[in-house]
Each structure stands twice: as C-alpha cells, then as structure tokens.
Design a protein around this ligand. Sequence first.
Ligand code: HCB
Length: 213
Amino acid sequence: MSDIFKELADAVMTQNINGTVEKTKEALANGTPALDIIQKGLSEGMKVVGERFETGELFLPQIMMSAKAMSGAMEILEPELAKGDGSESAGYCISFVQAGDIHDIGNRLVSTMLGANGFTVKVLGVDIENEVVVDEVKKAGADKVLLVGSALMTTSMLGQKDLMVMINEEGIRAKVKCMFGGAPVSQSWIDEIGADGTAENAADAVVVAKKIM
Ligand code: HCB
C-alpha cells in the first residue's frame, strides 16, 4: 500500500476524525483520484476496524468514531465523485438500506457513483421496510427500475429474500432489476434469492448495474 493510502487507512483505524479529513484533503490536492482514496485507503481502514470489533479489540464507541471520520472524509469526496461523465441517462434506480439496518456509508457511496455514471437515483435512506420499496417501484414512471439495496448485517440481509418474494407476489418482477450488496452479501446468496447481481464495491456496482439494466 502506498504511503498516502496507508496514512488514510491508519487515520480511520485510529479514530482520528480531523486527521482523516486532513489526509483526504492532502491526497486530493496531490491529484489522488477520489475513488482510490476511498477504496485503497479509507475502506481498507474500515475493514480492519470491523475485524477488530469482531475480535473484541475495539468497541462500539470506537467504531462510531471511525465511521464519523470516514463520513467526514466522504463529505469532501462525494462532490468529487458526483462530477458526472456527461453520459446519457443509464436508467432509474431506487437505493435503500434494509429495515433494521442503519449502516449507510457504503450505500451512499454506491448511490453517488451510480449518479455520476448517468443513473437517476432516488435515495430512500436507511432502515427501509420492503413495503416502502415496492410502493416506490409502483410509483416510478420508468419502464425498468434498478433496486440498489444494501444490508451490512446477516439479520437485515434476510429482508432481501423477503423483498424478492414480495416483488414476485406483487407481479412487478418484470420491471425490476435487483442488485444487492453489503459485506455479508455473496453471489451464492444472490442466486439463492433469485436477485440479479451483487458488487464488491462502488466502482464494480456501476459495471454490474449497467450490465443488468
Ligand atoms: Co456495525 N456492524 N453495527 N456499525 N459496522 C458491522 C457491519 C459488523 C460486520 C462488525 C463485525 O461484527 N465484524 C457487524 C454485523 C455482524 C453481522 O451481522 N454478521 C456490525 C454490528 C453487529 C453492528 C451493531 C449491531 C453493533 C451494536 O449495536 N452492538 C450496530 C447495528 C446498528 C443497526 O444497523 N441497527 C452497528 C452500528 C454501527 C455504527 C453505527 C457504529 C457504524 C455505521 C455508521 C454508518 O454507516 N453511518 C458501523 C460500522 C461503520 C461498521 C463496520 C465497521 C464498517 C461498515 C462500513 O461502513 N464499511 C462494519 C464491518 C464490516 O462491514 N466488515 C460493522 C465501509 C463501506 C464503504 O463498505 O461494505 O458498507 P460497505 O459498502 C461497500 C460494498 O459492500 C458495496 O459497495 C460499497 C462501497 O464500496 N455495496 C454495494 C454496499 N451496498 C451495496 C449495494 C449494491 O447494490 C451493490 C454494492
């Protein structure tokens, strides 16, 4: 890992809120692409934070501080990521985090990247019940709608399976493409629930979204 990416990851890992923002500004000023700052730096730090939480080395208040550090950096990076490529509309998306789940950092990132790559994105936010998603699909004027759902917990991930059932029962499956992601989501889960795709990160999400739409 290059020095700047290591420094960004370290700043998140050590809950250094101001340091994360400063390092992000420094990296941008040096010409580092915003997406690299996130994927090669900040997200790597966040991965370690998650692992240390799991092994009991870090506790919830520390994760909250790391999340605050990353969110602070994202406020600077989102306008950079949102600078679109001027492409024609790639389609309409509804983006949300499953009910019971408030992890929004990854979902925000994916939504911003889709917006920057020609998609019109309606962001519903966190802790969204499946009924709300289905209502939004019905309300959408578009012929085809891409659902961009995130779940960061094994518990909230189960809501994705229920959503697929509901979409089929409501008779709207033909107009909906379903891309689900988040740390516990795997391709085998996507196959099991009959969704259309998943993505490891925000850049990959754009590629998958364009492919399945
Ligand atoms: Co949270 N938490 N957390 N947490 N948290 C996780 C998710 C655990 C895995 C940590 C662990 O145990 N190792 C764990 C879940 C375990 C499980 O279910 N198996 C966990 C837990 C247990 C909890 C609480 C229950 C803790 C408690 O209260 N005791 C609680 C739950 C609250 C709730 O949701 N009801 C909780 C709370 C928190 C916060 C508030 C402190 C904070 C969230 C702040 C926020 O989001 N505003 C937090 C954080 C930060 C994490 C970790 C450390 C990082 C998540 C993150 O932001 N990653 C996470 C550990 C981990 O994920 N391994 C931990 C960085 C982003 C950029 O990555 O994976 O979200 P991402 O998104 C990627 C990728 O998945 C993909 O692209 C994104 C961008 O690259 N993607 C998609 C995402 N969505 C997509 C959709 C698509 O269609 C396509 C691709």
